[in-house]
Design a protein around this ligand. Structure first.
Ligand code: PLP
Length: 382
């Protein structure tokens, strides 16, 4: 790893060893299934270029991405793995799928026709996954359509199904009966394609019930240390720590106000740390809490500095945020120090809750201007 330049206001510490441990642990939840990895949206904001090789080294051989452009990036990093593309096959790009050996997830009768046409003149069959909707109504064939595909022997032409899959809508809520309903519909779908490996579970499905694992699992968020099931990290480790540089420490008198809109009035003389992070870095303004009009009054986010949890005060700006460090002894925190905004001490999902959102959105919004420090899978000695 090159020496950090330390010139950015925000640094992200991304622990690739924790990531691969999370991947292995997810595998233990469904020991009979292959564990794939969902790396769409630049590996949930962590960086494909680093995440994919780390997972390949750990043994991962199947990757899922959202669209063909991401698929090309993954293909360039791993010539041997299967790269499943969740959406975006069309007549214009089907040649690209063939050329780069991408596996399209066929979501509709139209998709099947496009891929069958692409496979027509090939000497060996082209692989595909078939996505059947079991209740989410996002992507996938209707069950009746899947039944027609299964009974029409010539319908797939020279296309070889490597996977039949569906996606869970409510697995993050273990008590929700919809998961059970989707599971039984999926059992019926799977029976239409005997011998074809089946896949249903996202992170929450894997952690919730081993019976949802089938032949291949598709974890995303849990790999990256986000809560798949609300309020439960389970055995997953934190992967990303975001820290902001404190660019000023100021004394603010009782009755004075802080930030845009002057929303926060200091109830006492206070010491305030101004940190170089804001919504321009993906630290959403709405995490300011009641300083921003919200449908529901939520408490604001916290930071962690010098061993102490400290509240965010006032509104988050584009590049700056203020934290009340009055609880810490004088001179304990100084300009140039780093404050954690999420990571080991401040849970990613706590910040997400303060912003009325989910960890997924915080991670995928992570700044491109932040300095990224990747902790390697192995500490190499040269
Ligand atoms: C994003 C996605 C996943 C991964 O979901 P997580 O909740 O992040 O584990 C799995 N399958 C499909 C079809 C997806 O779109």
């Amino acid at each position: 790893m090159t020496a950090p330049a330390d010139i950015s206001g925000v640094r992200l510490i991304i622990d690739l060893a924790a990531l691969t441990r999370n991947w292995k642990r997810l595998g233990e939840f469904a020991p009979r299934a292959e564990t794939a990895a969902v790396v769409k949206a630049d590996a949930y904001g962590l960086g494909l270029t680093e995440v994919v090789p780390a997972l390949v080294e750990a043994g991962c051989r199947s990757f899922f991405v959202a669209d063909p452009s991401e698929a090309l990036a993954v293909r360039a990093l791993t010539p041997q793995s299967r790269v499943f593309v969740l959406s975006g096959l069309n007549e214009a790009n089907r040649g690209l799928y063939r050329e780069h050996r991408l596996t399209p997830v066929l979501n509709s009768v139209e998709d099947i026709a496009v891929w069958r046409e692409a496979a027509k003149d090939q000497t060996s069959p082209l692989p595909a996954a078939l996505h059947v909707d079991t209740g989410m109504n996002r992507l996938g064939l209707r069950i009746e359509e899947a039944r027609s595909v299964s009974t029409d022997a010539s319908g797939l032409g020279n296309v070889r199904l490597e996977l039949v899959m569906s996606h869970l809508a409510c697995a993050d809520q273990p008590a929700n009966p919809m998961t059970g309903e989707q599971r039984s519909r999926f059992e019926a779908v799977r029976a239409l394609f005997p011998g074809t490996p089946a896949s249903l579970a996202n992170s929450a499905g894997i952690l919730q019930n081993a019976a949802l694992g089938f032949d291949l699992t598709r974890p995303g968020i849990a790999l990256y240390g986000g809560e798949a099931i609300e309020g439960a990290m389970g055995p997953m480790e934190v992967v990303v720590t975001a820290q902001a540089r404190i660019v000023q420490v100021r004394d603010v008198r009782k009755g004075e106000r802080i930030g845009y809109g002057a929303t926060h009035e200091c109830a006492d003389d206070s010491r305030i740390a101004i940190a170089a992070i804001g919504y321009g870095d993906g630290y959403h303004r709405i995490a300011s809490g009641s300083g921003v009009p919200l449908r529901k009054l939520l408490p604001g986010a916290h930071g962690h500095v010098a061993g102490e949890r400290v509240p965010l005060v006032g509104r988050i700006s584009m590049d700056l945020a203020a934290f009340d460090i009055s609880a810490l002894p004088d001179k304990y925190v100084k300009q140039g120090d780093w404050i954690e905004v999420f990571g080991e001490n401040v849970a990613l999902d706590d910040v997400a809750r303060a912003a009325g959102t989910i960890g997924y959105e915080l991670l995928t919004a992570l700044s491109r201007r932040a300095e990224r420090h990747y902790l390697p899978v192995h500490t190499r000695t040269h």
